[in-house]
Design a protein around this ligand. Structure first.
Ligand code: ATP
Ligand code: MG
Length: 635
């Protein structure tokens, strides 16, 4: 039996049980049957979860780009690997075949080598969502350089911190970036950032906006002429299974950015296996994930996962609201997209607009639609299901993290019956457990616990770059012998998992553990509410009480606030119970969000506590100005 793809529910349980009974055999077979290796492994896995030391496919030799590109050339050379859809719909889309991708990556790899980059060197990639971004990532992997992609919306100081943390030798950037109707001076940001980055020797600059920029002599080089002079052939570096593949900094909603290090073989196997299953990928599908390659979702599910499966993947440069709110749906229609993967924040923002924006485009090619990044609230789930999936397309609510490398808990489309707000079952190979405060496994249903994984999986991060101690403390000490995700979850009677938010956000009110997600869900169902965030604050009698920050819909704006607050509390009482009623309700015009669209509850918690002294790292905030407003309106 092949374990690479689950075909039905019965098989899911079979594979799952096999993966628990004999995890080594399970992963051995998947790795053996679906990839090209220079040399296979001596041992499948070796680990010490106390010390946070994990190794997969020991002593195997491989290059991930041989698996992403070269091995497809015989059969799929003329197949489109990448569809590039530019920011401006008037600019023509590009179709890059696997043959062309090979040439472009080979040339770029040769340029990197000529410019002094060797195996193990770190290269920072700070580019918009253009083909050069994909090509740069793959070229690094080709020659064994460690890529560190930094989302091109980050500020100069955020870039400085990250480039210095991983001591990058080179930066690849562009003259500028388009985002909606704006043009962004990327090179200017890099120039400012690099004033304090002594390790960077060279900056390669791609042309995108033709903006006037400064080129620093001896450091900066235009990419185009170098590529034109390069040979379209490249011998890939032979990498050890555990050689570093990339560093990626987490989005930073909980504190100082952590440079998660992923290694080669395990990540490759896991990205490929999860992509195939979660998106039910078939040969002629057109797959589109709207994330940025600057996030893990883009690494695993725009680039590596799809290319490892020989898929066609869309790279979208634009934003959902430009030139209008129909942009996503227009792209699906235009490229006949079959799988669409996006984030709840995008779904919520588009659900606020007139549904005509969706209805006027043909979405009949869609088969599977997905969500990632945050718990998807019930209202958004139904909107997505009704308007985008037309109740035909299963929604895969995929739970995972930068640290996990790939999707861990998710429905398998057409196999696992979906249930709004539930990420459902762990994938075969993933041994999820819920733990209580006494460090015992929770067996019962409907109890919120700490979500842990009790056996290693190939895609897990191996360390935090330069700080193994922090890695160990953050993920492996709270529940000795297990990986602690930092997220809270509960299980229903059939074993489906529902993520209830981060454990740090669980509030203990009069001895009851309350997850924030289900309460926010209830509040968001109130017709006057657009969005909400709940945090705890110290309370003399209850230990903690709940503080709600609520954004109203236009319709709610005209209502009396005190009445509305009462109604909202009654609504919570009815849906969850009186224990979850809010002690304080503050109506706000916005919530602080990270650039990947997640609410920064850490800051709201400080405000609720009345502690305005130290908000921590706010460099990744999308809307820093909102913090002042919320502070001033504190109740
Ligand atoms: P940082 O760790 O720096 O605070 P982050 O956790 O936001 O940043 P990511 O690794 O991008 O960075 O996000 C992973 C987190 O996102 C998960 O731990 C979880 O809290 C949340 N998440 C992702 N997908 C889902 C989902 N489908 N349902 C619920 N929560 C999700
Ligand atoms: Mg995290």
């Amino acid at each position: 039996m092949s374990y690479y793809q689950v075909k039905n529910l019965e098989q899911y349980f079979k594979h799952y049980n096999k993966s628990i009974r004999e995890p080594r055999k399970f992963w051995d077979k998947i790795a053996d049957e679906n990839f090209t290796w220079y040399q296979k492994w001596d041992k499948v896995v070796e680990f010490d979860m106390q010390e946070a030391d994990v190794k997969w496919f020991l002593n195997a030799k491989v290059n991930i780009t041989k698996n992403c590109i070269d091995r497809h050339l015989a059969k799929r050379g003329n197949k489109t690997a990448i569809i590039f859809e530019p920011n401006d719909p008037k600019e023509e889309a590009q179709h890059i075949t696997y043959n062309e991708l090979y040439d472009r990556v080979a040339k770029m790899a040769n340029v990197l080598r000529e410019q002094g980059i060797k195996k193990g060197d770190r290269v920072c990639i700070y580019l918009p969502m253009i083909p050069e971004l994909a090509v740069s990532v793959l070229a690094c992997a080709r020659i064994g350089a460690v890529h560190s992609v930094i989302f091109a919306g980050f500020s100069a100081s955020a870039v400085t911190t990250r480039v210095n943390d991983s001591q990058c030798k080179m930066v690849i950037t562009s003259d500028g970036a388009y985002r909606g109707n704006k043009s962004i001076d990327l090179k200017g940001i890099i120039d400012e950032a690099l004033e304090k980055c002594p390790t960077v020797e060279k900056v390669l600059v791609a042309k995108r906006t033709n903006a006037e920029i400064n080129m620093k002599t001896g450091r900066d080089l235009w990419l185009q002429p170098l590529l034109e002079a390069a040979v379209p052939n490249n011998v890939a570096e032979i990498m050890d299974a555990e050689d570093p593949l990339f560093i990626l900094y987490t989005s930073g909603s909980t504190g100082k950015p952590k440079g998660m290090l992923h290694t080669t073989a395990g990540y490759m196997v896991f990205a490929a296996y999860t992509f195939k299953n979660i998106f039910n990928y078939e040969e002629n599908d057109i797959y589109w994930c709207t994330a940025d390659i600057g996030w893990i979702t883009g690494h695993s599910y725009i680039l590596y996962g799809p290319l490892l499966n020989g898929a066609t993947t869309v790279i979208f440069e634009g934003v959902p609201s430009y030139p209008d709110f129909g942009r996503f749906w227009e792209v699906i229609d235009k490229h006949k997209v079959t799988q669409f993967y996006t984030a709840p924040t995008a779904i919520r923002s588009l659900a606020k607009e007139n549904s005509e924006w969706v209805e006027k485009h043909d979405l009949s090619t869609l088969k599977v639609i997905g969500s990632v990044g945050e718990p998807i609230n019930e209202e958004a789930w139904h909107w997505y299901n009704n308007h985008v999936g037309k109740k035909r397309c299963p929604i895969v609510d995929t739970w995972w993290q930068t640290e996990t490398g790939g999707i861990m808990i998710s429905p398998l489309p057409f196999i696992t019956p979906t249930k709004p707000t539930y990420a459902t079952f762990p994938l075969p190979g993933i041994q999820a457990v819920l733990m209580d405060e006494k460090r015992n496994e929770i067996e019962d249903n409907q109890i919120v616990g700490s979500l842990c994984i009790k056996f290693p999986w190939p895609g897990m991060a191996r360390t935090i770059w330069g700080d193994h101690q922090r890695f160990k403390e953050t993920y492996f000490t709270a529940f000795p012998g297990k990986y602690f995700t930092g997220d809270g979850a509960l299980r229903d009677e059939v074993g489906y998992y529902r993520i209830t938010g981060r454990v740090d956000d669980v509030v203990i009110v009069s001895g009851h553990n309350l997850g924030t997600a289900p309460i926010e869900d209830a509040i968001n169902e109130h017709p006057a509410v657009a969005e909400s965030a709940i945090v705890g604050f110290p309370h003399d009698i209850k230990g903690n009480a709940l503080y709600g920050f609520i954004i109203l819909k236009e319709y709610g704006e005209s209502r009396d606030r005190a009445n509305l607050a009462n109604e909202i509390n009654q609504h919570i009482s009815g849906h969850i119970g009186p224990i979850a009623k809010l002690d304080k309700i503050q109506f706000v015009s916005g919530l602080p969000k990270t650039r990947s669209g997640k609410i920064m509850r850490r800051i709201l918690r400080k405000i609720a506590e009345g502690d305005f002294s130290n908000f921590g790292d706010t460099t990744t905030l999308l809307n820093p100005e909102i913090v002042e407003e919320i502070k001033n309106g504190r109740i």
